[in-house]
Design a protein around this ligand. Structure first.
Ligand code: DX5
Ligand code: ZN
Length: 221
């Protein structure tokens, strides 16, 4: 099960002083560290990877949430030293073998999610509902921090919540990723989101500290 709460977008940390940001994220009671794995192919950018994840294992007790923004994740997951209880999300658009990838992760005790780009319809998840703990709704097009919200994705969250209820899958959580600002978090929560990936809009801000932003964001969700 994916916990309700806040996942910190690790591509937004200050890499010059990662230790300081990790301490602040811990002080802020952040629920997960969200790692955007980008291959320059599925998304038009490169970011984060197995080295960073392995390196940070011993630096924090906050659980890991790994968002695979890569083509053919089934070929890349073996690069990762995954642990039971890790969270991993796989994009519908990234593989011909969605069910197999998710089922294999589930067998290893991974908390699994299926991710949808803004333009991808909800009904593509129908035949993987038995092998997922959550659905990740991209509320921006993946690849970059600091983008504007794709407004249509708010209705998509509402529709997804109704879709899950209709399929007797009310226990499946909804994670949202992209421009989770304080204002948008309120709207996303109202639409049915449970877990909020926070980057430049809601956590790593120039006008407040991580602890201040984390506290404010938590009051919005
Ligand atoms: C977008 C990334 C997000 C991003 C969200 O591709 O997946 O995790 O960092 O943070 P914002 O939109 O608030 O900068
Ligand atoms: Zn992400």
């Amino acid at each position: 099960m994916l916990k309700n709460g806040i996942s910190a977008s690790m591509m937004c940390v200050d890499f010059k002083d990662t230790k300081k940001d990790l301490q602040a994220l811990s002080d802020a009671g952040i629920d997960y560290l969200h790692f955007d794995i980008m291959d320059g192919d599925f998304v038009p950018n490169y970011a984060l990877g197995p080295c960073m994840i392995n390196n940070l294992r011993t630096a924090t007790n906050i659980p890991f949430d790994i968002h695979m923004m890569v083509e053919h994740p089934e070929q890349k997951l073996e690069y990762f030293d995954l642990k039971e209880g890790d969270v991993v999300s796989i994009h519908v658009e990234s593989t011909h073998h969605l069910q197999r990838v998710l089922a294999n992760l589930k067998k290893k005790g991974i908390i699994t999610g299926v991710a949808l780009n803004p333009a991808t319809p909800i009904n593509l998840i129908e035949y993987v509902l038995d092998v997922i703990d959550f659905v990740l709704i991209m509320t921006v097009n993946p690849g970059y921090a600091g983008q504007a919200l794709v407004e249509a994705t708010l209705d998509k969250i509402t529709e997804l919540r109704a879709y899950l209820d209709k399929h007797n899958k009310g226990n499946i959580a909804i994670q949202v990723d992209g421009n989770v600002s304080f204002e948008n978090a309120v709207r996303m929560k109202k639409a049915g989101a449970n877990n909020f990936v926070a980057g430049t809009a809601g956590l790593f801000r120039k006008d407040m500290t991580i602890v201040e932003a984390g506290t404010k964001l938590r009051s919005c969700i």
